[in-house]
Design a protein around this ligand. Structure first.
Ligand code: GUN
Length: 291
């Protein structure tokens, strides 16, 4: 049986660490404050935003959720961001993705003040990250690396195959892992849904990170027996046996992959919980940057 990488346990540790740091910050007279903007009624986003709000409150971080209707215009969204940019009591701002069709997510991310950009989506912060001078770390990639580090899984010198090239996960994670740094120094290949002969790459990998948004994309026969598999997929598939009507599955076929891999992260209970924990860390960082 492989080691199951327990995101629930590690994220709880981090949340506790953040809570301690928040108490210290509060003792110095500051109150970390995150503002989350959610536009429209995407059901997945509503769950994420609720979870972020709850996690903030548990860590002692003030959280304000601003709900804007589906009919919001680009100008109204940018005006709301600007209001929060100007608000000295707000340290972190996040526009939940996706935004409704017709609105530009890119413009919204770029309008956030770079010192309040706790998602690390602003081009200035992405640039600093890629130059090896990070201000913030993007939450999901940072969560993946934190899991590897806390499970003592070697990164330096290892061959990492990332499957997925999104701006949120694949691209920044590749840069972070290849960086000559304590938590990097890996040899990285970025594969994606257009890669010919995906198994050729994954079979050689010491670490496979699946972040393509395709349920069951990675199966046991595509892996080697000493590898570590990190599943970043969060795919909702219809499931009549569930009260919610859906179940959450990753990009990895857990049943076959867990028979081959040495270490594997499950969905749910893996990376998803880490994303929120790392976001809380960025809220603390943003508060310090603005003090
Ligand atoms: N939607 C899914 N993941 C994320 C995230 O990390 N940040 C934001 N803003 N939206 C998301």
């Amino acid at each position: 049986m492989p080691t199951i990488i327990d995101g629930k346990k590690i994220s709880a540790e981090i949340r506790q660490e953040v809570k301690t740091e928040v108490s210290e910050i509060k003792a110095r007279g500051m109150e970390p404050h995150l503002a989350v903007i959610i536009v429209g009624s995407d059901p997945g986003s509503q769950v994420y935003v609720r979870n972020k709000h709850k996690a903030c409150e548990e860590a002692g971080i003030r959280s304000t959720v601003i709900e804007m209707p589906e009919t919001t215009t680009q100008e109204q969204l940018l005006a709301q961001v600007e209001k929060l940019n100007q608000d000295k009591t707000v340290h972190g701002i996040l526009v939940q993705s996706p935004v409704p069709k017709g609105l530009s997510e890119e413009k919204a991310f770029e309008s956030i003040h770079p010192l309040k950009d706790v998602d690390c989506f602003h081009p200035q912060n992405v640039g600093l990250l890629m130059l090896g001078r990070p201000r913030f770390l993007p939450a999901t990639p940072a969560g993946v690396i934190e899991l590897l580090v806390r499970y003592n899984i070697k990164i330096s010198g290892q061959y990492v195959v990332i499957v997925g090239r999104s701006n949120i996960v694949g691209k920044p994670l590749a840069g972070m892992l290849a960086q000559k740094s304590e938590r990097g120094n890996a040899t990285v290949t970025v594969c994606h849904t257009g890669t010919k002969g995906l198994a050729y790459y994954t079979k050689q990998a010491d670490i496979v990170i699946a972040a393509a948004g395709r349920p069951g994309l990675i199966t046991g026969d595509m892996l080697n027996s000493n590898c570590t598999v990190i599943d970043v997929g969060t795919n909702r598939i219809p499931d009549a046996t569930k009260k919610s009507g859906y179940s959450l599955v990753g990009d990895v076929d857990f049943e076959s992959a867990s028979k081959v891999a040495a270490n594997i992260s499950p969905v749910p209970g893996g990376v998803g919980l880490m994303t929120i924990a790392m976001l809380l860390k960025n809220c603390v960082m943003a508060t310090k940057l603005q003090s």
